[in-house]
Design a protein around this ligand. Structure first.
Ligand code: FES
Ligand SMILES: [Fe+2]
Length: 332
């Protein structure tokens, strides 16, 4: 199945995942790719498969900005051209490795699997907030189609069922107001605003008491599945800008690995406790549900399965529709 929209920026990795002067191998959109950090600080992205006998080039050696195949020693530069032949003959010019545009932005490495002439870095969604002290940037593999992960993140009502113990939520979203909007950057926002509710357990140590609060959960989505969640809390009756707990924004960036699995890029405070909570929420609570939904679909198309659509799905469905439009436009 290849339902990927090609003319979009996708995140391949956090920058720290690629060692200085080294390479990272990763499956992205069904293909095996390597990302190399070159001596001049630039990154290169090449197919992780030697065109001679198909071994992974990432198992070879990066010497300067030439990647040497571990099998028979051909060398390739950042443009994918063969520039080294271990024999005295000139390098074979007809031998090339596929490449993709890659850009370092907001601590992430973003690639463009579509027409390279359209790869405008200005189209990378704004995740500038990610670059801040005291945070750990992480990645995990989730066994689920990337749009099932989008459904999960664009419908936070699930927290009231799945994350009751981890976040200590208490049903406040059921008295909340939802609004779905679009902004000038093409993002879809799925916003929940709750007034005069009991704070969730996770916020109690920060608030110091359980007096009523206004809480907001605003999820921003950019195609294909690049999300950012803003969480804010203010004492009920005060100006929202007078927050006792500073507003938090976190990335939830999903990139398809295969049709049935996804890379999930997120961050958390750089403490063992925060890392453990993230693992509990994503691995023990969200992932089994997403995987079960995928198993239940058993390869059937989402729309063919005739999903019940609820009002609370408005954001998730708009995101799915937008992707559908983009796919159709590319197919045409
Ligand atoms: S497999 Fe790479 S040079 Fe032979
Ligand atoms: Fe969740």
């Amino acid at each position: 199945m290849s339902d990927y929209v090609r003319n979009l920026w996708y995140m391949a990795a956090w920058d720290h995942e690629v060692p200085d002067g080294g390479m990272l191998s990763r499956t992205l959109l069904d293909g095996k790719w390597l990302i190399a950090r070159l001596p001049d600080g630039d990154y290169a992205m090449l197919a992780d498969r030697c065109p001679h006998r198909f071994v992974p080039l990432s198992k070879g050696r990066l010497d300067g900005d030439v990647i040497h195949c571990p099998y028979h020693g051909l060398g390739f530069d950042r443009s994918g051209a063969c520039v080294h032949n271990p024999f005295p003959a000139p390098p074979p010019t007809h031998v090339r490795v596929a490449t993709m545009p890659i850009v370092h932005r907001h601590r992430g490495l973003w690639f463009w699997p579509g027409d390279p002439d359209k790869a405008d870095p200005a189209l990378i969604p704004d995740f500038a907030f990610v670059d801040r002290e005291g945070m750990s940037r992480s990645r995990m593999t989730i066994h689920g189609h990337y749009e099932l992960l989008t459904d999960n993140l664009m419908d936070l009502t699930h927290a009231e069922f799945l994350h009751v113990t981890s976040f200590g939520v208490n049903g406040s979203i059921f008295s909340g107001t939802q609004s779905v909007t679009k902004d000038g950057s093409g993002a879809i926002w799925n916003n929940w605003d709750m007034e005069a509710v009991t704070p969730p357990d996770w916020a109690l140590p920060l608030l110091g008491d359980s007096a009523p609060i206004d809480q907001w959960l605003h999820m921003r989505w950019h195609a294909p599945a690049c999300m950012a969640l803003t969480v804010g809390l203010a004492r009920t009756g005060t100006d929202r800008r007078a927050m006792v707990v500073p507003q938090m924004v976190n990335p939830h960036i999903i990139t398809p690995e295969t049709p049935g699995s996804s890379h999930y890029f997120y961050d958390h405070e750089a403490t063992e406790e925060a890392a453990a909570l993230a693992r509990q929420v994503f691995v023990e609570e969200d992932e089994p549900m997403i995987e079960a939904a995928q198993d239940a679909l058993a390869g059937q198309d989402f729309w063919d399965a005739r999903p019940a659509i609820l009002e609370t799905d408005a954001g998730a469905i708009r995101a799915r529709r937008r992707l559908m439009q983009l796919r159709r436009a590319e197919a045409a």
